[in-house]
Ligand binder design. Structure first.
Ligand code: GLU
Length: 427
């Protein structure tokens, strides 16, 4: 991805719930269905560490501006902390903590030997030149240098950051260390140790899970209509793959709004965010709002742009029969309760978009072994990992009669609790 800006919030949520509140409520709900030591649940409500740094940079006009950066490290019982870095004006300490919790569950549901972290800088990257973004990234890397590392905490791209951002962090870290250390970040360009297929991976996993959930509910993919909110690295890749696999993608959107064609869009003709940012509605005057996209009469809805878009204010208006979460935290807990009552299955983010961190893990393995995998191998392994995780979650849904979210949490929490149990509390 070039240094393109992130998608910004385009809908007015009916209620505000921070990522941390949502994550804690989800944890409490899942814990109530499981026989897990309450001391471990208590521990998991809190992050292990939160780092807050100031990041001064010289702007192109010579003035100095000071930004705030965070790295929240939630849990590392199963391996080094792992998770993205976002550059967005809405980044907060609590948001980083909530998102770091989701990374812990995401890695555990995939059975990847990593814990959870998330960080970011409170900045609108659209207001920075490329040179300013580079200076900001290098200085931030310096400020968090002591708390990251290939065996400690491994950042990756998230909203507003991309492969170039990761290359700068890798370079800054390596220069300070005096040795080239590709495994300190994932999501780098392949030429400096990045993995083929990493950019597309979150969208690919969303598409795989959509295919599986459609099969589960006896819905042939070629008779399925899909609406995708967001056309970035998650939504764009998911929409293209689902279109290739025979689904009818009837609506997609970006920050400017949505295009809707009930007979199916020519998805391949819509430029991806990487090819041309914010160009989804370029060739039409018939633009729907992002809010309208969410309530279209479709079989599958994939919110893949930002968090908190399905709220108590619109959960009763959702007409989709299945929701697959592409973004992190698109559904508030109030909305989740309404959708459960309405018997609309919601396949959670921690499973559906976990392809990103899964291919990050493949990248980390390739970096350690100094041996690159082919794109075919990456996609084959990703397919296998997603199938395995899907089958484990599906088993919990079938045997316990719980929601998809609770089932994914049950798989994740059981693994994390067992690891805590066997390691014990130190000292
Ligand atoms: N930012 C991505 C996520 O939310 C990927 C994290 C990673 O690869 O470490 O899952």
């Amino acid at each position: 991805m070039a240094t393109n800006p992130p998608q910004e919030q385009t809908t007015e949520p009916g209620e505000f719930e921070s990522a941390l509140e949502t994550a804690r409520r989800q944890l409490a709900h899942a814990a109530s269905q499981l026989d897990i030591d309450s001391n471990i649940i208590e521990r998991l409500k809190h992050p292990a560490k939160i780092h807050e740094v100031t990041v001064p940079i010289e702007r192109d006009d010579g003035t100095v501006e000071v930004f705030t950066g965070y790295r929240a490290q939630h849990d590392s019982v199963r391996g080094p902390f792992k998770g993205g870095l976002r550059y967005h004006p809405g980044v907060t300490r609590d948001e980083c903590v909530g998102l770091s919790m989701w990374m812990t569950w995401k890695c555990a549901v995939m059975d990847i030997p990593f814990g959870g972290a998330k960080g970011g800088i409170v900045v609108n990257p659209k207001t920075l030149s490329e040179a300013e973004t580079e200076r900001l990234t290098r200085r931030f890397s310096q400020e968090i240098r002591d708390v990251i590392g290939p065996n400690r905490d491994i950042p990756a791209p998230d909203m507003g950051t991309n492969a170039q951002t990761m290359a700068w962090i890798m370079d800054a870290y390596s220069m300070q260390k005096g040795e080239t250390t590709p495994g300190v970040v994932t999501g780098k360009p392949p030429v400096v140790g990045g993995s083929y297929g990493r950019d597309e991976a979150p969208g690919r996993s969303v598409a795989i899970i959509t295919r599986e959930v459609c099969e589960y509910y006896d819905r042939p993919l070629d008779e399925t209509t899909v609406a995708v909110q967001g056309f970035g690295s998650v939504g764009g890749s998911a929409a293209r793959l689902l279109d290739e696999w025979g689904a009818s993608v009837v609506a997609v959107s970006d920050v400017n709004g949505a295009v809707y064609e009930p007979d199916g869009l020519d998805v391949a003709a819509i430029p991806s965010h990487k090819e041309e940012p914010e160009a989804v509605t370029r060739n039409t005057d018939d633009v729907l709002s992002n809010e309208e996209l969410l309530t279209l009469d479709v079989d599958v809805l994939i919110p893949a742009a930002i968090g908190n878009v399905i709220t108590e204010a619109n959960a009763n208006d959702i007409q989709a029969e299945i929701i697959v979460e592409g973004a992190n935290g698109p559904t508030t807990s109030g909305a989740d309760a309404t959708l459960t009552e309405r018997e609309i299955p919601v396949v959670p983010d921690i499973l559906a978009n976990a392809g990103g961190v899964t291919v990050s893990y493949f990248e980390w393995l390739q970096d350690i072994n100094r041996r690159a995998w082919s794109l075919e191998k990456v996609n084959e392994e990703l397919e296998h990992e997603m199938q395995t995780a899907w089958n484990e979650v599906r088993h919990e849904v079938d045997s316990r009669d719980v929601t998809w979210r609770d089932a994914a949490y049950i798989v994740a929490l059981s693994r994390i609790a067992e690891a805590h149990q066997s390691r014990g509390l130190w000292p």
